[in-house]
Design a protein around this ligand. Structure first.
Ligand SMILES: Nc1ncnc2c1ncn2[C@@H]1O[C@H](COP(=O)(O)OP(=O)(O)OP(=O)(O)O)[C@@H](O)[C@H]1O
Ligand SMILES: [Mg+2]
Length: 360
């Protein structure tokens, strides 16, 4: 297996037209290490550079600056045929008039190793599950989106692979199939341990499939960690609000005498070295707020059931602010009614409002 390293990798695109000259920094000085056999998810909003980063790791793009290494060897110095990159795209990218069997076997056919194809197909069928046997005789037009992706993954596995890269492979599938495909891929990654990068903007998928998650924004990696680390200890406002559903509650405020004061409530102690008047945003996760008979009164503005979690998401107007919190489904809550809520101040996170950096 292979360790993937990125060292200060930058990739820009020229977007000049007749009216203006413009360059876009799609990947901006990114350094990352993915240990052999690990699965790293790259999670970030549309346009933040995820696909570009993946293509740099695949060797499809060459970095403008910095290096991509497979086991300490610069990718640029590894002949293409020895790189062992399997890649699965959002669009199946299968050849339309080929049977799936041929798509999967093509790598070996190209290398005049046809005799290995039946055994390889048998292995892959076994690993990917029963479906593949029947799927292999069909052409892409005869396969659903999900089936095409399965064949795409099988094809990636048919190579002598060192790394396996996924670019939102299930983005076009409906929710039910996406959940099934996720389970299947997880099983596959367990059975076939390989260093892998999984690009997605779905955090459920990132949590389910990866060991660690890298949160990306505007070409930069903001933070890398397990979901729990990112959730509990985000380094800035972007990660804090991007990770976790429903998103964290945020309240503007400032520092006075070593305590945070919001516009409508406050008095919570913070780091001693912050000057009076410093603008600080406080955050608290909806899960950290609970209904309590001793809590503050608020009026319910909206109730949204989350059946899978057995909770409602409740929006409440309380202490002059809007809050969202989770309450058990069996607890009846009506719009317009009054409820009492409380939270443990230990659950508050503080961020410098100007820079977004976490300060407590
Ligand atoms: N071949 C290209 N030529 C010019 N600009 C490009 C090219 N590929 C990507 N870009 C630009 O680089 C930036 C990053 O694009 P990229 O496709 O990597 O984002 P992404 O995170 O994968 O987005 P999405 O989630 O929508 O797939 C965007 O501003 C995009 O417009
Ligand atoms: Mg993309």
């Amino acid at each position: 297996m292979t360790t993937i390293s990125l060292e200060h990798v930058t990739k820009t695109f020229d977007r000049s037209n007749a009216l203006e000259s413009k360059t876009v920094v799609a990947v901006d000085d990114v350094s990352l290490k993915i240990a052999s056999g690990d699965v790293l998810a790259i999670l970030g909003p549309s346009g933040c550079g995820k696909s570009t980063l993946l293509r740099l790791v695949a060797g499809i793009f060459k970095p403008d600056a910095g290096r991509v290494l497979y086991d300490d060897v610069n990718l640029q110095d590894i002949p293409i045929r020895d790189r062992g990159v399997g890649m699965v795209f959002q669009e199946g990218a299968l050849v339309p008039h080929w049977e799936a069997r041929r798509s999967v076997g093509f790598f070996l056919e190209l290398r005049k190793r046809e005799q290995e194809i039946p055994e390889k197909l048998r292995q892959i069928s076994k690993i990917t599950g029963i479906g593949l046997d029947t799927l292999l005789a069909r052409r892409p037009g005869q396969l659903s989106g999900g089936e095409q992706q399965r064949v795409g993954i099988a094809r990636a596995l048919s190579r002598d692979m060192r790394v396996l890269l996924f670019d939102e492979p299930f983005a076009n599938l409906d929710a039910k199939y996406r959940a099934e495909a996720r389970v299947e891929l997880k099983r596959l990654l367990n059975a076939f341990p390989v260093t892998s990068i999984y690009v997605t903007h779905d955090q459920i998928e990132a949590i389910a499939l990866s060991h660690r998650i890298a949160v990306m924004k505007e070409g930069k990696i903001e933070q890398v960690g397990t979901f729990q680390q990112l959730h509990d200890n985000p380094i800035n406002l972007f990660v804090a609000t991007f990770i976790g559903t429903p998103p964290m509650n945020l309240f503007r405020g400032h520092i006075e005498n070593g305590a945070w004061h919001g516009e409508n409530f406050g008095g919570y102690p913070v780091r001693k070295d912050l000057a009076d008047g410093t603008k600080v945003t406080a955050g608290i996760r909806p899960e950290a707020i609970h209904l309590s008979d001793e809590g503050t009164y608020g009026v319910v503005e909206q109730v949204m059931p989350f059946f899978a979690e057995r909770h409602h998401l409740i929006t409440v107007h309380l202490a002059g602010e809007q809050w969202s919190l989770m309450a058990p489904l069996d607890r009846m809550v009506e719009v317009g009614s009054t409820i009492r809520c409380a939270f443990d101040p230990a659950g508050l996170l503080f961020f410098d409002t100007k820079t977004g950096q976490r300060i407590g």
